[in-house]
Design a binder for this molecule. Sequence first.
Ligand SMILES: [Zn+2]
Ligand SMILES: [Zn+2]
Length: 97
Amino acid sequence: MKHCQWCDAQFTTKISYQIYCSSECREAATREKIAERYAIARRNRRHGKVRKCKGCGAGLSVYNDEQLCMKCTVNPNEVTKALKDIKGFMNGKSITD
Ligand SMILES: [Zn+2]
Ligand SMILES: [Zn+2]
């Protein structure tokens, strides 16, 4: 006994790789896959503009709405270092003034 990957109905088959109970279900599933691929292509086009991480300058994923890449979000050493440099620069300036 197998479960149809589309409508979840139980069915029996002699073909081991058959995952849909009927050709209707197979066609519906194929249509869904094509629509999904089309949606992804459309999303990629919308996010065609390349965005860079504010921390390390690496290209950001279209799925990442943050201004930092995953690496910098998890371990923002570069950002911390940059902030320290600015602080040190300002301290040095105040001493010489
Ligand atoms: Zn089915
Ligand atoms: Zn980064």
